[in-house]
Design a protein around this ligand. Structure first.
Ligand SMILES: Cc1cc2nc3c(=O)[nH]c(=O)nc-3n(C[C@H](O)[C@H](O)[C@H](O)COP(=O)(O)OP(=O)(O)OC[C@H]3O[C@@H](n4cnc5c(N)ncnc54)[C@H](O)[C@@H]3O)c2cc1C
Length: 385
């Protein structure tokens, strides 16, 4: 339980990043209040596909996952439901296979299991897969997915049990600086605090503006669809990532339930930022057609497969595709940003939350070497081109 003299920290946003930060703050002895304009996980978190994987070929990306996975394993002991169905990333060219081989080495040295497979071996993993045009793939057998609603509900419960407060349908409306702290005008109330964490996802620039800061996060719309099957498959469909030429277009799919898969379409229709309060949160019909065509190429004989409900949500993206964790302005260390996790805000939430809590309580991201590179400084806090 926090002492009454502990600093009072208000976290704006009850998505995966805000709640992860909040539980890390509580564990470090802070008094924490989390606010959300809507319900827990009502932003991007509740619209995600929830995949957690370690298939990266950059050493820093792998380090982030080492820290995230450590905390995910701890949360599993407290009730987090992590479905370890495996993650298969496909490659079409020899160059992509070389990158995957590099990833296997990096993952191995970090203690993650992964195996490289030639195209001819892939059907052993996914019997319905067409291997046409593929050079091979990499399988991480311990990767999988979580339900972000369940993760957020669990973290909220942990925050409350450790003495913190989570207030839903409580929107931050305005901010006034007081001697050494903040007076927050929220729906029907006023809250006083010592420090603020901006974990408002796609809305983080609007929250930053209330705090007198400029933050560049680009809300990018992405779509997903449920695929219904007539009968359960005889195997579990791992997460399969099939990007055309390894670029940002293509699709991924995974098992969701015995007779349902979830597929996400990787394409960006516009370079303009979406308005998080007024974007189309449904899946477009032409996207469903495009998805059906890609899926028919990759899984041509899936028995009775038909498209079900679709939806859209926002990736909160930064200019360099890395999250912002730390102060926007070093001369204002009482406002810490934890936002901009793009398409990785579920899998990176544990490490982002831990580092943001470090910034609040210790003034530096001490839990992980090199984490200063995530600070939203002037070189990084730029509009996305
Ligand atoms: C279709 C899709 C699939 C995805 N798949 C994956 C995946 O497989 N793996 C992965 O890791 N990531 C995935 N993502 C990305 C992931 O969902 C995001 O990176 C992550 O949810 C961001 O979390 P957050 O906590 O930063 O933001 P959010 O979850 O958006 O939380 C921010 C919260 O702030 C609140 N808020 C805003 N303004 C205010 C205010 N003024 N006052 C109070 N509260 C406010 C909002 O209501 C919101 O709940 C996917 C995203 C989409 C759209």
């Amino acid at each position: 339980m926090p002492r009454p003299t502990s600093p009072h920290i208000v976290v704006i946003g009850a998505g995966t990043l805000g709640l992860s930060c909040a539980i890390n703050l509580s564990e470090q002895g802070a008094r924490v209040t989390v606010l959300d304009a809507g319900a827990i996980a009502s932003g991007s978190s509740g619209r995600s596909v929830g995949v957690i994987g370690t298939q990266y070929s950059d050493a820093f990306d792998i380090k982030l996952r080492v820290h995230a996975l450590r905390q995910f394993r701890h949360w599993e002991t407290l009730g987090l439901n992590f479905q370890r169905i495996g993650y298969l990333r496909l490659a079409r060219t020899a160059d992509q296979m070389a990158l995957l081989a590099q990833s296997v080495e990096l993952q191995d040295s970090a203690g993650f299991k992964s195996h490289l497979h030639e195209a001819g071996e892939l059907k052993k993993i996914v019997p319905h897969l067409s291997t046409q045009g593929l050079a091979g793939g990499i399988l991480g057998p311990d990767d999988g997915f979580i339900d972000a609603h369940q993760m957020c509900s669990l973290l909220a419960q942990m925050v409350r049990e450790s003495g913190g407060t989570v207030r839903q349908f409580c929107r931050l409306l305005d901010v006034t600086r007081t001697g050494g702290g903040y007076r927050l005008g929220v729906s029907d109330d006023i809250i006083r605090c010592d420090m603020v964490v901006n974990a408002a996802g796609a809305w983080a620039p609007a929250v930053a503006a209330m705090l007198g800061q400029t933050l560049h996060i680009h809300p990018e719309r992405h779509e997903a669809v449920t695929i219904h099957l007539d009968h359960p498959l005889a195997y579990t469909m791992p997460m399969v990532m099939d990007l055309v030429n390894g670029q940002g277009t293509g699709l991924n799919f995974r098992h969701e339930a015995p007779t349902a898969l979830i597929a996400e379409i990787h394409k960006v229709d516009t370079s303009s930022p979406e308005d998080p309060d007024a974007y189309n949160d449904q899946c477009n019909e032409d996207s469903k057609v495009a998805l059906a065509e890609l899926l028919l190429d990759r899984l041509p004989d899936l028995p009775g497969a038909r498209l079900g409900r679709g939806w859209a949500g926002l990736y909160p993206v930064t200019a360099d595709d890395r999250p912002f964790v730390g102060p926007v302005d070093p001369s204002e260390p009482t406002v810490i940003t934890a936002a901009g996790a793009g398409g990785y805000g579920i899998q990176l939430a544990p490490v982002i939350g831990q580092l943001a809590a470090d910034w609040v309580m210790q003034g530096a991201p001490n839990s992980m070497p090199e984490a200063e590179v995530l600070t939203p400084n002037q070189e990084r806090n730029l509009p996305r081109v």
